[in-house]
Design a protein around this ligand. Sequence first.
Ligand SMILES: Nc1nc2c(ncn2[C@@H]2O[C@H](COP(=O)(O)OP(=O)(O)OP(=O)(O)O)[C@@H](O)[C@H]2O)c(=O)[nH]1
Ligand SMILES: [Zn+2]
Length: 432
Amino acid sequence: MILTPQRTGDPAPAPVEVCSVVIPTPYGEFTTRVFETAAGHTLLALIRGDVTGAEPVLTRLHSECLTGDALGSLRCDCGVQLRTAMRTVAAAGRGVVLYITGHEGRGIGLVNKLRAYVEQDKGADTLDANLRLGLPADARTYGESAAVLRAIGVESVNLMSNNPDKVAGLRAGGLAVQTMVGLQTAAHARNAAYLTTKADRMGHVAPIGAEPITVPEAGIDVRGLIGEIRPRADRPYVMVRVTQTLDGRIQREPGIPTAEEHALRAATDAVLVGAGTVRRTDPSLTVELVPGAHPLRVVLDSELNLPLTARVFGGEAATTVFTTKEADATRADEIQAAGVGLREVSAGPDGADLPAVLAELRRGGVQSLLVEGGTRLIATLLAAGLADRLIVAISATTEAPGDTRLPTGLTLTNRTAYTAGDALLLGWDVTA
Ligand SMILES: Nc1nc2c(ncn2[C@@H]2O[C@H](COP(=O)(O)OP(=O)(O)OP(=O)(O)O)[C@@H](O)[C@H]2O)c(=O)[nH]1
Ligand SMILES: [Zn+2]
């Protein structure tokens, strides 16, 4: 069943402006005009620049989602969408993020949404969960939003959304919608099914007739690469990722900083590296190149001698270090004082005991784990039967220590990638 609801504007009286206040954010100041609606909802128009006039205004209609926006829940992509929209408007220098309370849970409210999550955990998708509770799949209307946008002088918008229903709603409310600009996020293993249901059953990011709507290109989708997440009772689903040179040798570096690399991180609960990799490449292990949530960063450092200035200890993402009894107690205190989590496990043949680390992560709720390096750690996990999936990135280089089989110094451009059956085929233009 495909649901493509068409809504009309609300017949309710126009929203009333109650105040205007500046909200400083990590994306700079937004002049925030606050409106109350007849239904008792508060709408916040976070404005950047002069949004009046005929020129279309970059606009986000953001439905309140306490779990996603404030708590960073990975069941949906709302938090990432909100921050991406604010950053995009800030970068453009002109636009509006309209934050809509009353839309929580697609209009069914917070408690009902949380009850719907319980139904989803029993197997229902996001749409059927609402129906099982006797509630509409989507109870939102957009007439109030159109009225607020008109009240702040907006006449025409370029709408950041994947939901054509919002386009129809604004138009019904008397606003011109020039284009729908995609606001797709990198899927997380936890919200992949939710995003698929929205696209397949709720008509999101679908062309709507002959309307002048720009259908965004699909974002990077690494779901095929990561396979089916099947955490075990005693450890997460473990993915190991290696980078291979053109002539088939394993590269020591964890890889090339590509959007796919970041999308893989964004898809998983946690990313694991050994101390050697941190020392050699000082990775931040965060998600920057795609819109997505940072994973929990996990570092194996049995001797606790990484500098606190390592990038993996900085930024807003959380980090846990696994160490052993050998570690220096003062050093342990320093690490914890820096806000980094510290767990002590028994020593294995080569540093922290890996099954113990994996079991501790699983107890902490980690369902999926991506191991980015080093290669010895990855080889050990593979040899011990502790890895569930091998992801191979082939880099456009032949530079690696050891015997050279292909000539070095080739310039490889215009990569084409095909997947065929189980094989990944890569093609490059070669310049000598
Ligand atoms: N009932 C219910 N509501 C949900 C669920 N997941 C997210 N929501 C709510 O859905 C709203 C966001 O809607 P989405 O469908 O994610 O996106 P959209 O706003 O329609 O479309 P975009 O503009 O593309 O983001 C927020 O109010 C969330 O609280 C769910 O599983 N069940
Ligand atoms: Zn949400």
